[in-house]
Design a protein around this ligand. Structure first.
Ligand SMILES: [Zn+2]
Length: 465
């Protein structure tokens, strides 16, 4: 997933200036890779991720990366890919660089242009995956190739980690972390699939977000059971009534207020530009997170409530089996978004405590808890340098996402992960997962340049340009 940071007001879109036709060789190479990648239909079930990985492997090989540093790890119809740029080791443990090769399914008949052809038009690149996140796959590959050409020797290994099912099961990332740890054992990771820059509707850079935390996703089923019987002979106890009682308790319950470095820093930054009572609450919370009135005001806003606590909400309901029978069971699904650092079982226990021992509370599917990553000064300094190389002076702030990316699998095993996508976009241009997905042409080439600065900052000789 990849999405812009802040919701801004929509105003009239201003047409971007026409792109100059002259590209430097690095830009031309990046564009060529980008257009190839968009053409692979890497939706779930198409089996095209391994084909795309093979194309990428050819590019790395042609640039001088040895076969022994290029790994394609098949996983059902999809695959993961790991490419190591060997360093001299003087700078410490490797750094991971993340993107995913799969895209959300696109129905060509609903699109204005073919989603699997890169189209440049009116200052935009159109195509499925342009925003989420084949641009990320491209900028990492293009910069590995460029740096290799330039003779760059990193002070520590740089390890590209391309996954193959981020938009669906996220099994490839889980598999890499569990079963191929030697390939991806990094000190920390930089993720293209989160964070990024926000432009105003008139194209002015507003803020750059570094995603340092994401909430875990966990669904629980609440089930009540009963011997049932004929509905003409109702008993006092009833699975549906008891489930309804349990649901009212879940509705009334609020998880405790929580915060981390990112919560405080992001409310400080957001509070500075948010008007009215909400802005007041953000500023008060940033000043003192124990301020209960501020926390309560934030909890009243659907867009803010999840930033300061775990949330759980009823989403599905089923029960009974006939009009004229007493229900033998009733089940509700409760979807939770778990605050970083909170164990999934802690949430299950809290729900169980609320609904009492007669209601079964069961986790459905997998749920991975993840910690917030600490704000490492070295990472923040490198990101600041890279952001300011393309957008001088823009404010940089850590953010926590309510959604989840592959990054949570690293955070869950103690590898800090930072979402630092280098694209600047307007909120009104964000169509990731939707129709007519696009990125600004300038944003794409800036993103290519940004990663060159970022990679040489985290793994270059100290003081070198
Ligand atoms: Zn994504």
């Amino acid at each position: 997933m990849f999405k812009p940071l802040l919701a801004s007001l929509l105003t009239l879109a201003v047409a971007a200036p026409a792109m100059s036709a002259t590209l430097d060789p690095n830009q031309a190479q990046a564009r060529d890779i980008f257009s190839h990648l968009i053409a692979f239909k890497t939706e779930i079930g198409q089996g095209q991720v391994p084909v795309m990985a093979k194309y990428l492997a050819d590019q790395f090989r042609a640039a001088g990366f040895p076969d022994s540093d290029i790994h394609i790890i098949p996983h059902g119809e999809t695959a993961a890919m790991v490419v190591r740029y060997g360093g001299n080791g003087s700078g410490g443990k490797p750094i991971g660089l993340m993107a995913h090769m799969d895209v959300v399914t696109a129905k060509p008949e609903d699109w204005q242009r073919d989603p699997f052809t890169l189209v440049e038009e009116n200052g935009y690149f159109y195509g499925r995956g342009t925003e989420d996140i084949k641009s990320g796959v491209t900028v990492l590959a293009a910069n590995f190739i460029r740096l290799k050409k330039e003779g760059f020797v990193p002070t520590r290994d740089l390890v590209i980690i391309y996954t193959g099912d981020e938009e669906t099961s996220q099994d490839t990332m889980e598999d890499l972390v569990k079963n191929h740890r030697d390939l991806v054992d990094v000190e920390y990771a930089l993720n293209t699939d989160a964070g990024g820059g926000e432009l105003s509707e008139s194209g002015k850079p507003l803020v750059f977000g570094v995603q340092t935390a994401e909430k875990a996703y966990a669904s629980f089923e609440l089930t009540t059971r009963n011997p049932g019987g004929h509905s003409s002979l109702p008993r006092k106890d009833n699975a549906i009534y008891e489930l309804a009682d349990a649901l009212k308790k879940v509705q009334a319950y609020q998880f405790p207020v929580m915060w981390n470095d990112t919560t405080v820093a992001s409310f400080k930054a957001l509070g500075a530009t948010t008007q009215g009572k909400l802005g007041e609450a953000m500023r008060a919370f940033a000043k003192d997170p124990h301020d209960e009135a501020a926390a309560a005001a934030l909890a009243d806003e659907p867009s803010e409530v999840g930033k300061t606590r775990t949330t759980c909400v009823a989403t599905l309901l089923r029960g009974g089996h006939a009009d004229n029978a007493l229900p033998q069971s009733a089940t509700a699904t409760i979807n939770c978004r778990v605050f970083p650092g909170v164990a999934i079982d802690t949430v299950r226990k809290a729900l169980q405590d609320q609904v009492g021992p007669k209601v079964e509370v069961k986790l459905v599917g997998k749920a991975i808890a993840s910690d917030a990553s600490p704000l490492r000064p070295d990472v923040m300094a490198a990101v600041t340098k890279a952001v300011h190389s393309i957008r001088p002076g823009v404010a940089i702030t850590p953010i926590q996402e309510s959604g989840a990316t592959d990054g949570l699998y690293f955070r869950a095993v103690g590898i800090p992960t930072y979402g630092v996508n280098g694209m600047f976009m307007k909120t009104s241009d964000a169509f990731a997962h939707g129709l007519n997905e696009r990125v600004p042409v300038k944003g794409f080439y800036d993103d290519v340049a940004y990663w060159h600065v970022l990679l040489t900052a985290v793994a270059g000789k100290p003081g070198a340009k």
